[in-house]
Each structure stands twice: as C-alpha cells, then as structure tokens.
Design a protein around this ligand. Structure first.
Ligand SMILES: *[C@@H]1O[C@H](CO)[C@@H](O)[C@H](O)[C@H]1NC(C)=O
Length: 198
C-alpha cells in the first residue's frame, strides 16, 4: 500500500513539474552584480573571454573557443561558489527558494551531477590541466569544444515562474587559514522566465 501511494505521489510530481528557460535580457549575457561587497570583481576581470566565441540565436547560446583565467590565487586556496535566483517584483529583486552553494567548488568542477558540469565544464576538453589548476592559476586556458547553452530551470514544483529573473553567481576565495581573499567574483544573468512546452 505504501509503495503504491509512493508511486502515485512520484507520478503526480512528475506531471506537475515544469521546465522553464530564461530568455536573456542582455546580449552580453553577463551583468555586473548590483549588491556585491566592496572589492568584488566582475567575471570578465577573472576570466578573459577574448578568445571565446559567444553567439546568441533565439533561445540558444552557441559557445566555442578558449577562455583564460586572470584570477590570481594560490594552489591551496579554496573557492566557494553560490548560485541564487531572484525575482523582480514591485521594483525590487526578491530572493527565491532556488539557491545552490558549495564550499569547495574545485574538486567538484567535473562532478557529473552538478549543474555547472552539464552546462559548462563538461565541454572543457583539457580536463587534466583544468582539474589540476581549477580557476586558481593565472593564465590557465579553458579549451571548449563547441557547445550550445540554453538556460533552463528544470523540474520546478510548487511554484510558477513568470516575469523577470536574475541568477546571481558568485565565487569567493579563501587562503589556507580560511581568510577570505580580497577579491571575490560576482556576475548576474538576467532574463524573462518562460515555460517550456513539453
Ligand atoms: C585554444 O587553445 C588551443 C591550445 O592552446 C589552441 O590549439 C587553439 O587554437 C585555441 N583556439 C582558439 C579558438 O583560440
């Protein structure tokens, strides 16, 4: 009996879950963070995208080429990463329940269960080099095979997304004694949430 109830529950959750995508507001994709602590740098100051080709076509972003890190950290530094979705309501950016954080990004950079792996790091082909240096060593090249990116929020349950949203993505570095490095990295991706028809 419990098993049957469980199956029904899972089945219904599957029906009610909705996928959304974010239709980008800014052709440059990344926007500086509006509420970053002093000393925070923009993603384009931490990673050089000059050799990266980024083309937006309807709801898909085509990416290929190389990016080079310009964030200068020490090999034993720890990088914490945070993703948070905000909704623009009544003139303010209000937090939502959709957040994700990791205290130690580098060992999980190629973890296949992570969003960033599916969306980004799985397409970085010089994995050995990148796994060794992460985004800590100045001048590390991230070589991308061409890939298409659609910014999707999958399996959203118990909430309806509509209107303007932004994802705030931040990286903070700590030295071996857990003292924060002066420059964290922060950027936003803004867009309009749209339901994906199944
Ligand atoms: C990316 O870097 C690799 C290795 O340095 C090089 O062979 C390749 O030509 C570069 N690609 C682009 C688009 O700059």
């Amino acid at each position: 009996m419990w098993k049957i109830l469980f199956l029904i529950h899972v089945g219904l959750a599957g029906i009610w879950a909705t996928d959304y995508e974010l239709l980008l507001e800014d052709p440059d994709i990344f926007t500086p963070c509006t509420e970053a602590p002093p000393g925070t740098i923009f993603i384009r100051d931490a990673i050089n995208f000059d050799q990266l080709k980024v083309e937006q076509e309807a709801d898909t972003i085509h990416i290929s080429g190389n990016a080079t890190t310009t964030w200068d950290l020490q090999p034993n530094d720890r990088i914490a990463a945070k993703f948070a979705l905000f909704h623009h309501q009544r003139g303010n950016w209000e937090p939502t329940v959709f957040t994700m954080a990791t205290k130690d990004f580098c060992p999980m950079m190629y973890d296949k269960d992570q969003y960033w792996f599916k969306y980004w790091t799985s397409f970085i082909t010089n994995r050995e080099d990148v796994e060794q240096h992460c985004i800590k060593k100045l001048g590390t090249t991230l070589i991308h095979e061409p890939f298409d990116l659609r910014l999707m929020l999958k399996n959203i349950r118990g909430a309806t997304l509509s209107g303007r949203y932004k994802t705030v993505i931040s990286f903070e570095a700590f030295d071996e004694r857990n003292v924060p490095r002066p420059h964290g990295v922060c950027f936003e991706i803004r867009g309009e949430a749209e339901k994906i028809k199944k």
